[in-house]
Design a protein around this ligand. Structure first.
Ligand SMILES: Nc1nc2c(ncn2[C@@H]2O[C@H](COP(=O)(O)OP(=O)(O)OP(=O)(O)O)[C@@H](O)[C@H]2O)c(=O)[nH]1
Ligand SMILES: [Mg+2]
Length: 278
């Protein structure tokens, strides 16, 4: 399975970025802390060559803290690239990331510094911009592709910050990466079968986070043997039923994915640095 979800504004954004990136002093590459590898767009690598770039693992409040630590270590020690983890709604944390970025640039203080926020959809770019500005300037939302145009904001400290639309790439493969991105909410839910995402998520939860699963769904009593059993049990317990009492897998899948994305099941990471080494 491959996923293709590349709305027109993403291509427009790529073309714009190719033109304007040379005028920018530094880039905040916003990744999702739950999927720091899958949420890295190779296009960002390509256009940011030679430019200072800070990897910002956002939504760290939703990610498994142990894994986030491993990821930061992986980027800094193995890849030798600067990385921080933040919660995009916490101003002290977004400022810490920006200040770190600014401290790494040879700065002519008379000139305004241009910092660009880049990343795939739904990683929290506009939320971070709003947090830095201290007011709601950019529209945000829990579905991908909310921002459709580049937006500049002047901060008090002689810095201009640029929010950009989230961009993916035309064909997303392998399958594992597509599922991880879909489970996080980076790809439109119309581009992929909901039950497929839920099967992927259920498998991950049974294997890696069985304790969180049992805590969130005490009606399970014992750990389900497989992903279908888990989704069926959630469906029965939450009343996601069709005529005749059969579980409506689509509805049950929606419940699981919603709870996973919102953090209700717990702090969960979808991939670990070890997955890369495999
Ligand atoms: N829990 C949590 N939610 C966050 C965080 N940062 C952003 N969000 C939420 O994530 C969703 C997406 O945020 P946006 O700021 O719209 O994401 P974006 O990267 O600008 O998305 P596009 O414009 O579609 O590319 C919103 O529901 C935000 O409230 C965070 O650090 N933690
Ligand atoms: Mg946005």
């Amino acid at each position: 399975m491959t996923i293709q979800w590349f709305p027109g504004h993403m291509l427009e954004t790529e073309n714009l970025l190719k033109k304007v990136i040379s005028k920018v002093d530094a880039v905040l590459e916003i990744l999702d802390a739950r999927l720091p590898q899958a949420s890295a767009n190779p296009f960002v690598n390509k256009i940011c060559k030679g430019k200072f770039r800070l990897k910002v693992l956002n939504k760290n409040d939703l990610a498994d803290p142990e894994q986030t630590k491993l990821w930061l270590d992986y980027f800094e020690t193995e890849k030798k690239v600067p990385a921080v983890s933040i919660c995009g709604t916490q101003r002290s944390q977004t400022y810490a990331a920006l200040n770190y970025c600014v401290s790494q640039i040879n700065r002519n203080r008379a000139r305004k510094l241009k910092v660009m926020v880049l990343g795939i959809p739904n990683t929290g770019k506009s939320t971070i911009l709003n947090s830095l500005a201290g007011k709601k300037i950019a529209k945000t939302g829990n579905v991908p592709a909310i921002t459709r145009h580049q937006q500049r904001t002047s901060l008090n400290n002689n810095i201009d910050i640029y929010d950009t639309p989230g961009i993916l790439w035309p064909v997303i493969e392998p399958k594992q990466k597509a599922y991880i991105l879909a489970a996080s909410g980076a790809i439109s839910d119309t581009a992929i079968d909901y039950t497929d995402i839920a099967f992927f998520a259920a498998t991950l939860l049974i294997k890696k986070y069985p304790d969180l699963l049992m805590l969130r769904y005490p009606f399970l009593e014992t750990l389900p043997e497989d992903e279908i059993m888990l989704i069926e049990k959630i469906g029965s317990a939450k009343g996601c039923l069709k005529k005749g009492g059969i579980v409506n897998l689509q509805k049950a899948s929606e419940v699981l994915i919603r709870e996973l994305r919102s953090g209700k099941i717990g702090k969960i990471s979808f991939e670990t640095p070890k997955d890369i080494e495999l």
